[in-house]
Design a binder for this molecule. Structure first.
Ligand code: HEM
Length: 305
């Protein structure tokens, strides 16, 4: 049996704290791309640091499954594209450790990249339940309930078959949402529950849901073919006490994310997901997470000269 090697942080439980580092390639320093990625390869362990490569870096790739996020129709207004060519999801329980790691990565990557955004991830009301952790979005709802279970987890998140250079890799859609906390503070429990389609008190799914409810819009089985994804999002906040969700999903292609976002934005039937009443997308970006083979990132599908 072939053992699939992937970046383990994609599958692990969500850590207490994280830092997302997003970079864009500096055109003037492009000549340093290869050596910069080689230095990065020595640092990234795939578990405490998950790496995703974006648009300009993927131009150098020989695999053709990656695509640039291109908003269509109503998405153009609701979901602007972020110019991100490389992202790191640094994961640790200790925020001081994260700070020092982030400084080191920024230093190494500055040879070819510029910082596009730095986002501090946290948990909200996280608790252990049986073998799993239950996490909440800052709106108060449990997040991650309908994620695939058992063997379906890996099959959904990590490429298992096909092109050798893709096996062990994952397609990562990353989206920064900012919540309107004033709206959430004032809204009734019923109004919020109607938006999600689940109970704030015990997370049960309502039998009768509004057409705009989030889980009615995104029900994975309702797409043809079905659109399953592995969601590993984290709440974020900054020094101005703004915050929201760093929506993250991993899959064997971007298809599931694309069809779901398309429906959420109302491109199918004109009905926009209720989520937009209390949250707004800052940027959306598509990344490819290389496999992790023999103790290091496998960057062999990149044509680096
Ligand atoms: C502010 C942003 C978002 C928030 C707060 C949010 C929150 C939630 C919550 C509370 C649930 C119900 C519990 C669960 O199954 O996890 C849920 C389900 C889900 N969300 Fe989101 N979500 C957000 C964005 C997105 C986006 C952008 C997508 C995809 C493009 C998405 C896809 C899904 C899917 C697939 C489910 C499960 C649906 C099913 O029951 O099959 N979510 N989300």
């Amino acid at each position: 049996m072939q053992i699939i090697k992937y970046q383990q942080g994609i599958m692990d439980v969500i850590p207490r704290s994280a830092i997302y580092l997003l970079f864009s390639l500096n055109e003037k320093k492009k000549g340093h791309l290869k050596e910069t990625l080689m230095s990065l390869q020595k640092l990234v362990d795939g578990q405490e640091a998950v790496l995703g490569l974006g648009e300009k870096v993927m131009k150098e790739a020989t695999n053709s499954t990656y695509e640039v996020y291109t908003p269509e129709g109503k998405e153009e207004k609701l979901s602007p594209k972020g110019d991100c060519d490389l992202a790191l999801w640094l994961r640790d329980e200790d925020e001081g450790v994260l700070l020092h790691k982030a400084r080191q990565y920024v230093q190494v990557l500055s040879a070819a990249f510029e910082v596009m955004d730095i986002v501090r991830g946290c948990t909200y009301l996280a608790r252990k339940e049986e073998d799993d952790f239950v996490n909440h979005d800052l709106s108060g709802f449990v997040d991650g309930t309908a994620n695939p279970k058992g063997e379906e987890r890996l099959a959904t998140a990590i490429v298992q078959t096909g092109d050798d250079k893709l096996v062990g890799s994952s397609f990562w859609a990353l989206q920064k949402w900012r919540h309107n906390f004033n709206w959430l503070d004032k809204a009734s429990q019923q109004a919020k529950e109607e938006i999600i389609g689940r109970s704030l008190t015990d997370n049960h799914e309502f039998e009768h849901k509004a057409a705009f409810s989030h889980i009615e819009r995104t029900e994975q089985e309702s797409f043809d073919p079905e659109a399953f994804m592995w969601r590993k999002s984290m709440p974020w906040y900054n020094d101005a006490l703004e915050g929201g969700l760093m929506f993250s999903c991993f899959a064997t292609s971007f298809r599931a994310f694309k069809v779901q976002l398309n429906r959420m934005c109302g491109n199918e039937d004109g009905i926009v997901d209720g989520l937009f009443r209390f949250s707004k997308i800052h940027y959306t970006t598509f990344l490819w997470c290389p496999p992790f083979v023999k103790g290091k990132l496998d960057l062999s599908s990149l044509n680096l000269s």
